[in-house]
Design a protein around this ligand. Structure first.
Ligand code: FAD
Length: 294
């Protein structure tokens, strides 16, 4: 089903994001976790595409397994890092043959050790160019793109970053999934600015439930999202992993319920290949009821 129809039909579209595990043990564990997450019948599942070539061949393998086993739409992330246009076309052809439904089209971060993103000779500089390539040459795919409620860290200004998002949507993106954030006001402001700019595709908040302070500090230092002081000080007041899970999930429950109340079109959970936090959040918000009512 096209993304536009999915969002038109469902009151709240639910999606999960996985990443390709590095080992066969990790892969077995992933299947167990995904089974738990299926309890709430997501509308689609996405899988990330490794920076600098690290795990890209496993992306298609993971989403193929998920699609075969659970018979639901799947999306492959795809970045411009280290690829020429022809490399990107090869990947998209493979994805097409494999029955991938959607592409999450991204520029990508600089590979490990590199300070900045460098365009490959014969490659692309920005996600908007990848969206245009898919739109022109692979119209079978619907396309999602990334949006940044707190502004992308390399952007020259918030206004320029919003203009970039508009460029991606004008090039053919069908929906926006946001970077993780912990203050809903940042999301609401971003959503209003998008509307004012004429970005009229669904804007789906990305939720990453915190389960460890150390892990989230590492992630936010890379992506530039802000941890509210109140949340950080609660997390740091006790080192036990159970405490950190409880505090992080309690925050995410409040955040998620407020987003549902504000009638967001969907919710995208960065599940990090684990089910307990996301399952608890769904069970303890109106999301559970909404999913069962469908
Ligand atoms: P772009 O939209 O191209 O923007 C990159 C920067 O360039 C921004 O600062 C933008 O404002 C600026 N810009 C864009 N166009 C222009 C222009 N014409 N002139 C000047 N400046 C411009 N990374 C991975 O490696 N693999 C993944 O699977 C992955 N999945 C992700 C999923 C989601 C939902 C999100 C939010 C991020 C994901 N990322 C992933 C991270 C992403 O690759 C990085 O955030 C990356 O730094 C930017 O990618 P982008 O697609 O937003 O880039």
């Amino acid at each position: 089903m096209p993304i536009a129809d999915l969002f038109a039909e469902k009151k709240l579209v639910l999606s999960y994001e996985l990443f390709p595990p590095k080992t066969s043990k990790g892969e077995a564990a992933l299947h167990e976790q995904v089974s738990q997450l299926m309890h709430y019948s997501p509308d689609f599942v996405t899988c990330t595409y490794g920076a600098g070539g690290s795990s890209r061949h496993r992306t298609l393998a993971i989403i193929d397994q998920v699609k075969q086993r659970f018979q639901l739409p799947v999306a492959s992330h795809l970045t411009c890092v280290g690829s020429t246009r022809d490399d990107l076309r090869d990947y998209l052809n493979r994805a097409l043959r494999q029955g991938v439904d959607f592409i999450v089209a991204l520029r990508g971060d600089p590979p490990q050790g590199a300070q900045e993103f460098l365009k490959m000779e014969g490659g692309l500089s920005f996600a908007s160019e990848l969206v245009a390539l898919i739109h022109d040459e692979f119209p079978q795919f619907d396309v999602l793109v990334a949006g940044y409620p707190e502004t992308h860290r390399e952007a020259t200004s918030a206004t320029d970053d919003l203009q970039n998002l508009k460029r991606k949507v004008d090039a053919g993106a069908d929906a926006v999934v946001t970077q993780l954030f912990y203050n809903n006001d940042d999301f609401f402001r971003f959503r209003d600015q998008c509307t004012a700019l004429g970005i009229n595709v669904p804007i789906v908040p990305g939720i990453l439930p915190i389960t460890s302070l150390q892990q989230i500090q590492r992630i936010t230092s890379l992506c530039g999202a802000r941890l509210p002081l109140e949340l950080e000080s609660r997390l740091s007041s006790n080192e036990s992993s159970q405490w950190q899970f409880d505090v992080g999930v309690e925050w995410a429950i409040r955040q998620t319920q407020q987003l549902i109340d504000a009638e967001v079109p969907g919710l995208h959970f960065y599940v990090l290949n684990q089910s307990p936090a996301t399952v608890k959040i769904i069970a303890e918000t109106q999301l559970a009821e909404l999913r069962q009512a469908m």
